[in-house]
Design a protein around this ligand. Structure first.
Ligand code: KG4
Ligand code: ZN
Length: 334
């Protein structure tokens, strides 16, 4: 089984070829960040148009790197949701068209399932069952992963996703969009003792998250100070510490509640080095192991879609050839 995977759910056009025996053969990506940065966020119509412009050349690029021809591809996977409807439709239309033209089975993949299983692309992947912390621009959730396709959501954000809180705080600090990585870089120069930000919902039982209060707290601190370079760094540092500590506290709780010892962290915020360090430390204390995708597979990519497509096609699943997407789609229903 060799699968062509296509990701177009938001602002990255990404394509990969994954082979069930040989592993990942190629991945190619075009980021639209410069298109959207001047608007301070993703403009859906511009995203769709950029995907149309780039997707075919990326498919050609990935196929060439993988030394593949239509004859040795055996399936096509594309992100069918959740995401921006127009952007998703570009991937679904091209995926279904290639499947039709090359006579191959096709399958629509849940974007968050891709993130969830991205650590499976590494040389030492985790074994099922495990707990996954999914932290992206649109989602913050703790999931019990029993096996491929069997997911139980243990807790999620009742309001903003943690990536969204990073992005909004970064924007107020003048760091542009998306600002998560820039905020993390600024935080390195900050003094963690100067400000103390709240750790939302840690005293409440359960595994729910809330990040809108933290974002508002950051906005109030920013409004109350004159923003010299050191103050911006100190605020970035305090915000990051609060967000990371909150996530780590809930992850520890999830491990204890389920008795599982394996924790996977995935999604764009999983690229955050302070989060990675503190998760490793906590999981070690709990006698478990933590797994992360490599940095480039934390954020959106085609490799995770090709991987999940391959596993699902191997399990005998496939779509019905209809171009259909699900901008809102619950992970447990995928
Ligand atoms: O998974 P992803 O690429 O896209 C979605 O599916 O949302 O995640 C993007 C999010 C953005 O909010 C971005 O600011 C955040 O991940 N992010 C980071 C870092 N790198 C990306 N947040 C904190 N620290 C980082 N190093
Ligand atoms: Zn994503």
């Amino acid at each position: 089984m060799r699968v062509l995977g296509i990701e177009t759910s938001c602002d990255e056009t990404a394509v990969a070829v994954y082979d069930a025996k040989a592993g990942l053969l190629a991945h190619a990506l075009y980021s639209q960040i410069t298109t959207h940065a001047k608007y301070g966020g993703v403009v859906p119509e511009l995203a769709s148009r950029d995907h149309i412009r780039k997707v075919i050349s990326l498919i050609e690029e990935a196929m060439a790197i993988a030394c593949s021809t239509p004859k040795n591809i055996t399936g096509v996977a594309y992100t069918a949701g959740p995401g921006l409807v127009g952007a998703l439709l570009v991937g679904a239309a091209i995926g279904q068209s290639i499947g039709f033209a090359w006579g191959l089975p096709t399958i629509g993949i849940h974007h968050m399932e891709g993130h969830l299983l991205a650590p499976m692309l590494e040389s030492e992947p985790p074994s099922y069952p495990f707990i996954a912390l999914l932290v992206s621009g649109g989602h913050t959730m703790l999931v019990r992963v029993a096996q491929l396709g069997i997911y139980e959501i243990l807790g999620e954000s009742v309001d903003d996703a943690v990536g969204e809180a990073f992005d909004k705080t970064a924007k107020l600090l003048g760091l542009g969009y998306p600002g998560g990585a820039a905020l993390a870089a600024l935080a390195k120069k900050g003094d963690s003792k100067r400000f103390h930000f709240p750790r939302p919902m840690i005293n409440r039982v359960g595994l729910e998250f809330s990040f809108s209060g933290l974002k508002t707290f950051a906005a109030n601190v920013i409004a109350a100070h004159s923003l010299d370079e050191q103050t911006r760094a100190d605020i970035a540092c305090a915000f990051q510490e609060a967000a990371v500590e909150t996530l780590v506290i809930k992850c520890r709780r999830a491990l204890r509640l389920t008795g599982l010892k394996t924790l996977v962290v995935a999604g764009g915020v999983g690229a955050n080095l302070v989060l990675r360090e503190q998760v490793h430390h906590m999981v070690k204390e709990e006698g478990g192991i933590a797994y992360f995708p490599r940095h480039e597979f934390c954020t959106d990519n085609g490799a995770m879609i090709a991987y999940v497509g391959c596993q699902r096609l191997l399990a005998g699943q496939h779509g019905d050839g209809v171009i259909q997407v699900a901008p809102r789609w619950n992970l447990v229903d995928c």
